[in-house]
Design a protein around this ligand. Structure first.
Ligand code: ZN
Length: 413
């Protein structure tokens, strides 16, 4: 997963353009993908697909011909979606087009202007303060023209057409935790899911933020009713504890499964309520859809200093953190896959467990069997039993397996 991030890091992505396509070509080496290209000008609900942005070079040169700011050193230097510019200007004329972070003088900020036509450079505060009075040659060799918005899907069919949706952004340039960690974990989750038999079908979306989710929803309005749960993955590669933001429903299966898994993950975690701001859960949980989708992060966007700066680089994400995030996702999907309803075949009084070698006194093993037998009334699912008993779902599942073997339980279709 870390190697995938390292390979994708140099590419200059945006909400449209060849950077997204190059990224998808890399992902295609790991998982099968279906590419969609939505033409500029297409109406998607209340939005319109914008022009496609591509960039080749950008710089600020001083009068001696030295590039004092250079896109080739970091693609963050260009305000993402800048209109093209070629001009010579004084430091004072240039100044309104420059942004920096005074508190972190060596970091480059990441800024965008998707829907207002502007040009600009993002620079370190040291670069900004080092600009002498001079005539500067300014060049942004970009194009904004009619083209397409690109997104891709990876579909892993299961026994039913009920779907689990996993979504991540592919629109950020050289930033690691924000975007690339989600892309990487989603890619390897798709591979893990495809490896074993499954009840649900899974769909993985690699889409540009906001407009991509809206475009996908607009083109898949009917299909959305099949979605029984899902996750938006963002910032899942840093060393911080987990944060899970519940779906708008608040009590969807995905919310309950995530609470169970995080409780026993051995890593600090926090559960947060839904709010209509953040990543693409905003679109998936809009009232017309109200999909059961939450958002999993480690450190939360906007709450760590490296967020949207050049410090969100290859040193900020860690292989072990990526692996742990993948493990949590795999475990959550496993909980959803196995959340079945059972019926106790001997509901009149407790069955004689001792005679069957299933009585082990006052142990949690025994207690989990008693909870399952009591709540297996055809109405309670395994998640219900785990929540009501306060026991680990893994223990509940072990008890279910044993009781099934002894004919004391039957699955309810
Ligand atoms: Zn971001």
């Amino acid at each position: 997963m870390y190697a995938l991030i390292r390979g994708l890091f140099p590419i200059c992505r945006s909400i449209t353009g060849d950077g997204v396509r190059q990224t998808l070509e890399v992902l295609e080496k790991h998982i099968p993908l279906t590419v969609s290209e939505v033409p500029t000008g297409t109406q998607v609900f209340d939005w319109i697909i914008p022009q496609e942005w591509n960039i080749r070079d950008a710089y600020i040169k001083n009068s001696r011909g030295t590039r004092v700011v250079d896109f080739k050193q970091s693609n963050l230097h260009v305000l993402n979606y800048s209109v093209p510019v070629r001009a010579t200007m004084s430091r004072e004329e240039l100044r309104p087009h420059l942004v920096s972070i005074p508190q972190h003088p060596t970091w480059i900020p990441y800024q965008t202007s998707y829907y207002a036509r502007k040009w600009g450079f993002c620079v370190t505060d040291e670069q900004l303060r080092g600009l002498e009075e001079d005539q500067y040659e300014v060049c942004i060799d970009s194009t904004l023209s009619d083209g397409h918005l690109t997104y891709v899907e990876c579909y892993v069919a299961g026994a039913t057409t009920d779907e689990i949706l996993v979504s991540c952004h592919v629109c950020h340039p050289s930033l690691c935790n924000d975007n690339l960690s989600g892309i990487s974990v989603a890619t390897f989750l798709a591979r893990e899911i495809a490896r074993q038999p499954r009840r649900y079908s899974y769909r993985f979306l690699f889409i540009p933020g906001t407009i991509g989710a809206i475009a996908w929803l607009a083109r898949n309005r009917e299909l959305a009713s099949r979605i029984k749960g899902g996750l938006v993955l963002s910032c899942v590669g840093d060393a911080g504890g987990f944060h899970y933001k519940r779906s708008r429903r608040g009590d969807a299966n995905i919310d309950r499964a995530m609470a169970q898994v995080l409780r026993y993950s051995g890593t600090p975690f926090e559960l947060r309520e839904f709010s209509p701001y953040g990543y693409d859960e905003r679109q998936f949980c809009s009232p017309g859809f109200n999909l059961p989708m939450g958002c999993l992060s480690r450190s939360v966007w906007g709450e760590f200093p490296q967020y949207h700066t050049s410090a969100d680089d290859l040193t900020f994400v860690e292989p072990a953190a990526l692996a742990e995030s993948l493990r949590v996702c795999v475990d959550v999907m496993d909980v959803l896959e196995h959340d079945r309803v059972y019926r106790n075949t001997n509901p009149y009084g407790e069955p004689a467990l001792g005679r069957r070698g299933l009585y082990s006194g006052v142990t949690s093993e025994n207690l989990s069997r008693l909870w399952v037998l009591n709540l297996a009334d055809g109405d309670h699912s395994l998640l219900d039993i785990a929540e009501r008993s306060g026991m680990n779902l893994a223990e509940i599942r072990t008890a279910v397996t044993e009781l099934l073997e002894h004919g004391l339980l039957a699955e309810v279709e």
